[in-house]
Ligand binder design. Structure first.
Ligand SMILES: NC(=O)c1ccc[n+]([C@@H]2O[C@H](COP(=O)([O-])OP(=O)(O)OC[C@H]3O[C@@H](n4cnc5c(N)ncnc54)[C@H](O)[C@@H]3O)[C@@H](O)[C@H]2O)c1
Length: 247
């Protein structure tokens, strides 16, 4: 899974799975263009050799400007996402719109900016982060999140079909529960309701038949495969990596 010479853009690269993808892509020889809303994680990636820039993935004008000023890419990793906790009765219109802005519109902004460069390069690979909580499976308290992530799978399939003749592949990733900083935030926010951090952790672990949470590198390694020429026959798919949840 060699990425030597490939230029890879990653959103939300400062933490969690985005950070893992950036790290593994650098190890595989890629030139990594890591972006995030926050600078802290980017500083660590810069020290490892990545080109870094703070970039709010909800701002279309900033994204178009970024792609105008950077070279044509070979790979695009749309990682940014946000979890709203609640049923459809709990989600107000602002949070509903923000779910779609961060989880879906951001990909529309990035993909339309990236495709001309991918076409000039003779093809490439786009990876969109969806979730098991999507059209794949319903989970309690994920109404806005799951709906927006289901749309990510629809967008992925459309891009795969529309640009196959340009050599552009587009796939989605559907992870189960992965231990990242934002998962710990979600656990912390449930401590009051469930009584302790351990009870909140157990609630998330209990959804995983393997009896443990996934680790970011266990998802990032699949993304490296899809970015590389080893994944050249894969397109239009939601790849499920879920610790056996829907086995
Ligand atoms: N962690 C899980 O269990 C899990 C499971 C399935 C899918 N996902 C999805 O995977 C993706 C990554 O999640 P994670 O848990 O690995 O990471 P995370 O949520 O812990 O952190 C990711 C990074 O996103 C950045 N970010 C937030 N808003 C941003 C914005 N507007 N613009 C740019 N960057 C922004 C943060 O600064 C942070 O560095 C998300 O799309 C998430 O929905 C996560």
């Amino acid at each position: 899974m060699d990425l030597t010479g490939k230029k890879i853009f990653i959103s939300a690269a400062g933490a969690g799975m985005g950070y893992s993808v950036a790290k593994l892509a650098l190890n595989a020889g890629a030139k990594v263009y890591a972006t995030d809303l926050e600078p802290a994680g980017l500083e660590k990636l810069s020290a490892l050799g990545a080109e870094t820039k703070t970039l709010d993935i909800t701002k279309d004008d900033l994204i178009q400007d970024y792609f105008f000023k950077t070279p044509d890419f070979d790979g695009i990793v749309n990682m940014a996402g946000w979890v709203h906790h609640g049923t459809i009765l709990d989600v107000n219109e602002t949070d509903w719109r923000n779910s779609f802005l961060i989880n879906l519109d951001s990909m529309y902004f990035v993909i339309k900016a990236a495709i001309p460069g991918l076409q000039r390069n003779g093809g490439g690979s786009i990876i969109n982060m969806a979730s098991l909580a999507s059209s794949v499976k319903g989970f309690p308290f994920r109404a806005a999140y799951s709906t927006s992530k289901a749309a990510v799978i629809g967008l992925t399939k459309s891009v795969a079909v529309d640009f196959m003749s340009d050599g552009i592949r587009c796939n989605a990733i559907c992870p189960g529960t992965i231990e990242t900083p934002s998962l710990h935030e979600r656990m912390n926010s449930m401590v009051e309701k469930l009584g302790s951090k351990k009870a909140a952790t157990d609630w998330f672990v209990s959804r995983q038949p393997m009896g443990r949470l996934g680790q970011p590198d266990e998802i990032a390694s699949l993304i490296i495969y899809l970015l590389s020429d080893a994944g050249s026959y894969a397109t239009g798919q939601p790849f499920i990596v879920d610790g056996g949840t829907i086995a």
